[in-house]
Design a protein around this ligand. Structure first.
Ligand code: PMV
Length: 355
C-alpha cells in the first residue's frame, strides 16, 4: 500500500515573504461573511517514540500520531486589506492556541507558506487573507503543533485557491514552515501530523513500521514549553566541535530505535519500554531534559510504566510513558496528574502491517 505521504519529489521552492507585502497587520476579528471564498484543512498532533534529534542527521526515528489532538485551519479571502496591505489574520486562537500570536500575527514560516501557495496558484488578485486556527494541540510541547497547523493550512489553501497538491507537495509546504520554526527540520513532524499510522523516518525515507500488538502511550505535559530550535542548535554546535560525540550518539540512538522496531514488530512491549527509558537516559546525558521532565519519567516508572522518556526537542515539553492496556494507561495518567503533570493524554499504538 502506498504511503499517505512521501517527501522529496515535486519540491516546492519557497519564496521570500512579500507577495502580498506579507502584511502582518492585525485585523479586528470577525466572523466570515457567508459566501466568501474559503478553504478548510485539518491535521493532528504526534509524539516521537524515539530517535528525536538523531533523525536530524539521518538516523531512524519513530513517531506516533495523536488523532485526538487536532487542529483545523480555515482561510478566507479578505476583500478589504488593512491600510492597503495584504494581511493574514488568525482571528480565533484558543487558550492553548497553536499559534504564538497574541497580537494577530502569523509566524513567519506560515506567512512564507501562504506566499508560496499564492505564487504557485498565480493568485495575485487576492488582496488579503484571513486565517482562523482552532487547535487542541498545546503549542511548544513537542506534540507537533507547528507542523499540524502548517499541514492544515496547506490543505485549506489547496481547497481555496485551488491547488491540486500531491502528498509530496503537501510535505514540502509543511517543511517550508517547519524549517523556519526548527532551523533544521528532519520532516518527521511534517509526516506524522498527516498519518494515521506510526511513521518511521530513516535516512530521510518514510515508511510505516509493522506493529504486532496494541500498546498505549500516556503523554504528560511538564507545564514548561520545550525549545526545539534552541535544542537542535545546541546539539549542532556541540557535535560540530566533537565529531566523535556525534557519532557515538547516532550509533546509540540508531541501536535503540532498531531494537524498538523489532520489539514493535514482535509485540514485545517490555523490550520496547526498556528502549524508551534508555533513550531518555541518552537524551538526558546531552542536557536535553529538565528536572520536571525527569521527575515525570521517574513517576511513570514508579507506577508501572513499561518505559518512559522525554519526547521531541526537549529543554521542557512532554514525557511519554508506555503501557500495554487502556486501563493501565488511564491509571498511569491519573498518577502523573497527581504528581505534577500539567495535563495528560492517552493514545493507542494500533497493530498493523508495514507499508
Ligand atoms: O517538534 P518537536 O519538539 O517534536 O521536535 C522534533 C524532533 C527533532 O528531532 C528534535 C527535530 C526534527 O526536526 O526532527
Amino acid at each position: 500500500m502506498p504511503l499517505p505521504f512521501s517527501p522529496g519529489a515535486a519540491a516546492v521552492t519557497p519564496q521570500q515573504p512579500g507577495a502580498l507585502g506579507t502584511g502582518r497587520v492585525p485585523l479586528t476579528p470577525r466572523p466570515y461573511d457567508t459566501g466568501r471564498p474559503s478553504g478548510t484543512g485539518r491535521a493532528h498532533g504526534k509524539v516521537i517514540l524515539l530517535g528525536e534529534h538523531a533523525v536530524v542527521y539521518g538516523a531512524p526515528a519513530v513517531a506516533v500520531p495523536l488523532p485526538d489532538l487536532s487542529c483545523t485551519v480555515t482561510v478566507a479571502v479578505n476583500a478589504e486589506p488593512a491600510d492597503g496591505l495584504g494581511c493574514y489574520t488568525p482571528f480565533t486562537i484558543p487558550a492553548h492556541g497553536a499559534v504564538p500570536s497574541a497580537d494577530g500575527v502569523l509566524p513567519p514560516g506560515l506567512c512564507l507558506l501562504i506566499d508560496t501557495a499564492l505564487r504557485r496558484a498565480r493568485r495575485f488578485d487576492i488582496p488579503a487573507m484571513e486565517v482562523q486556527v482552532e487547535s487542541d494541540i498545546p503549542y511548544g510541547r513537542g506534540l507537533g503543533s507547528s507542523a499540524a497547523v502548517a499541514r492544515a493550512l496547506t490543505y485549506a489553501l489547496g481547497q481555496l485557491l485551488p491547488l491540486d497538491l500531491s502528498a509530496a507537495e503537501v510535505f514540502d509546504y509543511v517543511q517550508i514552515s517547519e524549517s523556519a520554526a526548527h532551523g533544521r527540520a528532519s520532516g518527521i513532524d511534517a509526516l506524522a501530523t498527516g498519518s494515521t499510522r506510526p511513521v518511521l523516518l530513516s535516512d530521510r525515507h518514510p515508511s510505516t513500521p509493522p506493529v504486532a500488538a496494541e500498546a498505549w502511550i500516556v503523554v504528560a505535559d511538564s507545564g514548561s514549553p520545550g525549545h526545539t530550535k534552541q535544542a537542535v542548535a545546541m546539539l549542532g554546535a556541540a557535535f560540530g566541535e566533537h565529531a566523535l560525540r556525534r557519532e557515538k550518539f547516532l550509533a546509540r540512538s540508531t541501536s535503540l530505535t532498531c531494537r524498538a522496531l523489532r520489539a514493535l514488530e514482535q509485540g514485545q512491549l517490555e523490550v520496547l519500554g526498556r528502549q524508551l527509558t534508555d533513550c531518555h537516559t541518552l537524551l538526558a546525558d546531552l542536557q536535553l531534559s529538565t528536572g520536571c521532565v525527569n521527575a515525570l519519567v521517574d513517576t511513570a516508572l514508579a507506577h508501572g510504566a513499561l518505559g518512559a522518556k522525554m519526547t521531541g526537542g526537549g529543554l521542557g515539553g512532554c514525557v511519554i510513558a508506555l503501557t500495554d492496556t487502556a486501563a493501565a494507561a488511564s491509571f498511569l495518567a491519573a498518577r502523573l496528574d497527581e504528581n505534577g503533570a500539567a495535563q495528560t493524554w492517552t493514545a493507542p499504538i494500533k497493530p498493523g502491517r508495514s507499508a
